[in-house]
Design a protein around this ligand. Structure first.
Ligand SMILES: [Zn+2]
Length: 347
């Protein structure tokens, strides 16, 4: 056991920066990482404001943070792919490698997966962490720690893009201009879409989205999405719809802008069960996919950043020091519409 200074969610609505005892031994297949940058995720904020996400309830003090990058400071005896001093980012979910899901290649769906900052597993807003080398990925020299901490949310968008089975030139609708919507838009453009139509009701977020590439913003408080899509496609519809808002009404309306034979991917998690029009989906023989986090995506996400094809830097809008972590979280709770991703830098 060693005590380390961490950002601890004591219980709902109560954060403290204090030393906490965390038991971590370096196994032969592990590395020890000094944490450098941690992104604040909607899930971290939700645990702070609500003390739970669905069945995951915070019952004991828990360190927050799961979108992280850092530097390897110690390697286990069997580790071949990493060495001390390597700059890395980490996949926050550790499955049981022998589980049925893992053996099927669906390790993100392993019911026993241990995911940082999902109760009762501690997150990484703390100086160091021990992590399996197999879930730790080297960053290219031209990818910063801040960008490295964006690989986790980008992986969600990449997984959605893969599930969609994009064909070159597809037209995509991305609903919701939060961090996941923005990163999904970048992922589907990198994956071959010709253009993205992005919806939200916060104009500053849409204005930012429009600077990221061939992205047409649609403020659904003022414009009708279906009319925009119809006017661009002679009434045919969009090839792909990515629902990233988690909003009940948006999630129910995904088939309206979709073309016959198109595909919908549910990315944003609705907090309540939603209803959607099955008959509308049938008339279009819509293919409907869901994603849960991601699997086998990190190397591709890092490669897209390293090659310069995909740039996440414009989305990192706010950076706080570790000693300002509580302020960072309070800021994220009241997130201004001009902000997308808040990150915390370790000392
Ligand atoms: Zn996240």
């Amino acid at each position: 056991m060693c005590a380390m200074e961490a950002l601890v969610l004591e219980k709902k609505s109560e954060l403290t920066l204090r030393p906490i005892e965390i038991e971590e031994t370096l196994g032969p297949d592990d590395v020890r990482i000094e944490i450098r940058t941690v992104g604040v995720c909607g899930s971290d904020v939700h645990y702070y404001t609500h003390g739970a996400i669905g069945a995951f309830v915070v019952r004991a003090p828990m360190v927050l943070g799961h979108e992280a990058s850092g530097t390897v400071i110690e390697v286990g005896a069997n580790v071949k792919n990493l060495k001390t001093g390597d700059r890395v980012c980490m996949e926050p979910g550790i499955p049981d490698p022998n589980s049925r899901a893992s053996r099927l290649g669906l390790y993100n769906l392993d019911p026993a997966v241990r995911f940082w900052a999902t109760p009762p597993v501690h997150g990484v807003l703390r100086p160091t962490v021990v992590h399996p080398a197999a879930f730790t990925f080297k960053l290219p020299d031209n990818v910063s720690f801040a960008e490295g901490a964006m690989v986790e949310p980008l992986a969600v968008g990449m997984h959605a893009a893969s599930k969609a089975k994009i064909k070159p030139g597809d037209l995509a609708v991305v609903m919701g201009a939060g961090p996941i919507g923005m990163l999904t838009a970048l992922a589907v453009l990198a994956g071959g879409c010709s253009q993205v139509i992005m919806t939200d009701v916060q104009q500053p977020k849409l204005d930012l989205a429009a600077t990221l590439g061939p992205i047409l913003p649609v403020n659904v408080a003022k414009q009708k999405l279906k009319e925009v899509v119809d006017s661009m496609t002679d009434g045919w519809g969009a090839d792909l719809v990515f629902e990233c808002s988690g909003n009940e009404r948006a999630a129910a309306s995904v088939f309206e802008p979709l073309c016959p034979g198109g595909a919908v991917v549910y990315v944003g998690i609705p907090l309540q069960p939603i209803a959607y029009d099955v008959a509308a989906a049938m008339y279009k023989e819509a293919r409907v996919e869901q994603i849960f986090r991601y699997a086998h995506v990190y190397p591709r996400a890092i490669a897209l950043m390293g090659s310069g094809k995909l740039d996440v830097k414009p989305l990192i809008t706010d950076t706080f020091g570790f000693n300002e972590s509580i302020k960072a979280f309070d800021y994220a709770v009241e997130m201004p519409s001009t902000s997308v991703k808040v990150q915390i830098e370790m000392p």
